[in-house]
Design a protein around this ligand. Structure first.
Ligand code: GDP
Length: 356
């Protein structure tokens, strides 16, 4: 499964946030056979469509899609030089598919800031610099090998070109994600600044209720997405029943928990979407990549569905709700039989036909 690694300076609230993520046990309960590792936090993707499908099909339960987060040790100045946890830390984030960077925006004289002052912009610069230095080191190590292999015609020249262009860009202080380069040939390097980033500003109520301040912080990381949350409140929300949780959220000017926002943005950043199935047993969202075709999507349910794929009966969620039943949708020609080249859309309600 795709995962998002959580990084940030020490004392910015990573553990507090991660704790909230791991105690969010909805999914652990839904997947009794899944082994959830201690450093993985799973958050379900809020999806009201599932409740409406469950109503229509009298489903016994709903199963939302989920996003996995990995807790990664804090980054410190000098991490790229292998200080302290540095090397292990970098090895771990290399494996993440996207990175959520936690930035401290809360003021609290009792919580020391590593660099003395609460300074979101400075913190972002420190972390970016460490990540860029780490990527430079990776490239400097790989380049001599690439040069030799390209000379010996054992490697495509595109690899060397991509690595050289990446190095130039980093030396000019440009993050790889913003460099507009084709990095596909050097994917194996797991370059950190080439990964998609999400920024999590861990703030207090004063910021959560201050749209202008949020806009300022968002501008620091644009065009990347930012989530604003109070990690302490998130960890309290988990223990509340839904009505009390909604009240607490409303008191901080929010409609949705920070974890839910993080799940939604994380899902999108990873390039994922869902299709839906429904029956008496469950109404369920299945995770697929954007642009996937029907057989590949069927394979997420079972490999046999992909191998023996015949057709998919597809109804858009909106059509189904408007017409009220599959029978009605068929009668109105809104239930389409799609073949193996059909490109899935988010919110397709699907039943697969397959050979066993
Ligand atoms: P980490 O080093 O990034 O993992 O940071 P921690 O999660 O351990 O948090 C460091 C300290 O900041 C702890 O004492 C937390 O209780 C506190 N803290 C975390 N988030 C918040 C927050 O949103 N507001 C306030 N006031 N304190 C927080």
């Amino acid at each position: 499964a795709l995962t998002i690694g959580i990084v940030g300076l020490p004392n910015v609230g990573k553990s507090t946030l991660f704790n909230a993520l791991t105690r969010n046990q909805v999914l652990a309960a839904n997947y009794p056979f899944a082994t959830i590792e201690p450093n993985i936090g799973v958050v379900s993707l809020p999806d009201e469509r599932l409740d409406r499908l469950a109503e229509l099909f009298h489903s016994a339960r709903t199963l939302p899609a989920s996003v996995s987060f990995v807790d990664i040790a804090g980054i410190v100045r000098g991490a790229s030089e292998g200080e302290g946890l540095g090397n292990q830390f970098l090895a771990n984030i290399r494996e993440a598919d996207a990175i959520a960077q936690v930035v401290r925006g809360f003021a609290d004289p009792d919580v020391v800031h590593v660099d003395g002052d609460v300074n979101p912009q400075g913190d972002l610069e420190t972390i970016n610099a460490e990540l860029m230095l780490a990527d430079l080191q990776t490239l400097e190590k790989a380049l001599p090998r690439y040069e030799k292999e390209v000379k010996g015609r054992r490697l495509d020249a595109a690899v060397l070109e991509a690595a050289t262009a990446a190095k130039d860009s980093l030396e000019r202080g440009v993050l790889l994600s913003a460099a507009g380069l084709d990095l596909q040939p050097i994917r194996e390097l797991g370059l950190l600044t080439a990964k998609p980033f999400i920024f999590v500003f861990n703030v207090d109520e004063a910021v959560l209720t201050d749209a202008a301040r949020e806009a300022e912080l968002q501008a620091l990381v644009a065009p990347a997405h930012a989530v604003f949350l109070d990690a302490k409140i998130e960890s309290e929300l988990i223990d509340l029943d839904p009505a009390d949780a909604a009240e607490l959220l409303a008191s901080t000017g929010q409609e949705e928990s920070g974890l839910a926002q993080l799940a939604r943005i994380g899902f999108d950043t990873l390039g994922l979407q869902t299709y839906l199935t429904a029956g008496p047993k469950e109404a369920r969202a299945w995770t697929i990549g954007k642009g996937w075709k029907a057989p590949q999507a069927a394979g997420v349910i079972h490999t046999d569905f992909e191998k023996g794929f015949i057709k998919a009966e597809v109804i858009s969620f909106d059509d189904l709700m408007e017409l009220g039943s599959i029978v009605e949708a068929r009668a109105h020609g809104k239930a389409r039989l799609e073949g193996k080249d059909y490109v899935m859309h988010d919110g397709d309600v699907v039943e697969f036909r397959f050979n066993v």
